[in-house]
Every structure is written in C-alpha cells, then in structure tokens.
Design a protein around this ligand. Structure first.
Ligand code: ATP
Ligand code: MG
Length: 196
C-alpha cells in the first residue's frame, strides 16, 4: 500500500485491512513515498518521521509491515520502481498495489501503464468524497474496493494539529504521541525540533 502517510491515519489502516481481508492477502506492506523535491536535511528527517509513524501505526498487526524502498531510493518516486524493488525483495509473491482510487487514476494514466500491469494487480480503495469510477481503467488488472467510510485525511490531521485541535482517535495513539514528541505540523514557533 503506497502513500505519503504524513501522518498515517485510521482511514489508511481500515483501507489496508479491508483490502487484505477481501483479497485474502498474506501481508500488506506499507510503502511511504520519498520526498525528493526537498533535498535539504529537513526533508530527510521528514521521510524518516513518516516511516517511523507508519511503523508505529502498523506494529500490532502481524500482517502489516513497512518498506523503506521508496524513502531510500534517490530521485522522484515512480510506482514502476516501487514495484520492481518489491518484486526483487519478494520474487515468488503475487503483488497487489493498493492505493486510493484518486491516486490510482493518476498512476494508470501514465504512458508506461502496461508495464505496471505485468508487475502487479492494482487495487483502488475509495473514501468519502471520492466517487468510484472504472471509466478509463483497463478491464483486467484493476479491482476497485469500497471501504467503510472514514472521512479522515492527512491534510485534515495536519491542519488540526496546527490549530491545536485534537487528532486523538483519527490517528493511532502512538502516532498522536509521536507527533507531539517531535512537534510535527505545528507552526514553526511552537515546534519542538520536529525538523519539518
Ligand atoms: P493528504 O491529505 O496529505 O493527501 P491522504 O489522507 O490522502 O493525505 P495519502 O498518504 O495521500 O493520505 O494516502 C495514501 C492513499 O490512501 C491515497 O491514495 C488515498 O486516496 C488513500 N486514503 C487516504 N485516506 C483515506 C480514507 N480515509 N479512506 C480510504 N482511503 C484513503
Ligand atoms: Mg492524498
């Protein structure tokens, strides 16, 4: 499951759990994307924050794990590279690439989409406000899945933290504590060395 996970929230976790169950997947690997357009020191620590929050959020589920392939690869994150790296690490696995239906439309509109389908089956999960549509999607190789409605986004979580509005129960407890510990998403003056 690919995402920015800035921060990871219960919408992501429910979507992953639902896809795991519906498709009978052995494992869901969360893959935080790289942040290549910010090449200073802060962007590196930010990728590390996103990775660690994802580890914290998924640690209790034996079927969930986190991969560093995208955050460790220099340059922009392309799904084709993600899938090639995951294929190399899991040569015998059937790969399913899970992401939001919104992101899926973008990924599959790329010109090298055919190659993507050789590497994985694509799973698009919905959330409130993002209509399911298989228009323009190939018939084979894509599954669209409705997940229980959770009107949570990372954008909303970030702006809540910035405005001192609680994010308890929108993100896992350990992620709330991690955000507070490093002062993530706070206006600069309030941050406690979060390195945003
Ligand atoms: P941002 O608000 O910063 O864009 P986000 O909440 O969309 O963050 P991403 O890390 O971009 O989170 O999400 C990864 C994928 O998970 C996206 O493709 C997105 O559509 C999907 N997703 C995000 N929130 C939900 C949700 N509440 N329910 C189902 N899918 C979700
Ligand atoms: Mg998004």
């Amino acid at each position: 499951m690919g995402g920015t996970f800035d921060p990871i929230h219960h919408g992501h976790l429910v979507a992953a759990s639902e896809a795991q169950h519906l498709l009978g997947l052995d494992e869901v690997i969360f893959v935080p994307t790289g942040h290549p357009w910010q090449k200073n020191h802060r962007s590196v620590s930010r990728a590390e924050h996103r990775y660690l929050m994802t580890v914290i959020a998924t640690a209790s589920n034996p079927r969930f794990s986190v991969s560093r392939v995208d955050i460790d690869r220099p340059g922009p994150t392309y799904t084709i590279d993600t899938l090639r790296d995951l294929r190399t690490a899991n040569p015998d696995a059937d790969l399913f690439f899970i992401t939001g239906a919104d992101a899926l439309e973008q990924i599959l509109s790329w010109k090298d989409a055919d190659e993507l389908f050789d590497l994985a089956h694509f799973v698009g999960v919905t959330r409130p406000g993002h209509e399911l549509s298989d228009e323009g999607l190939p018939e084979k190789g894509v599954t669209l899945t409705e997940v229980p409605a959770m009107a949570i986004s990372s954008t909303d979580c970030r702006s809540r933290v910035a405005g001192s509005v609680p994010v308890w129960y929108l993100v896992p407890d350990g992620v709330v504590q991690y955000i507070n510990k490093y002062g993530l998403y706070r206006p600069q003056s309030q941050a406690a060395g979060g390195g945003q």
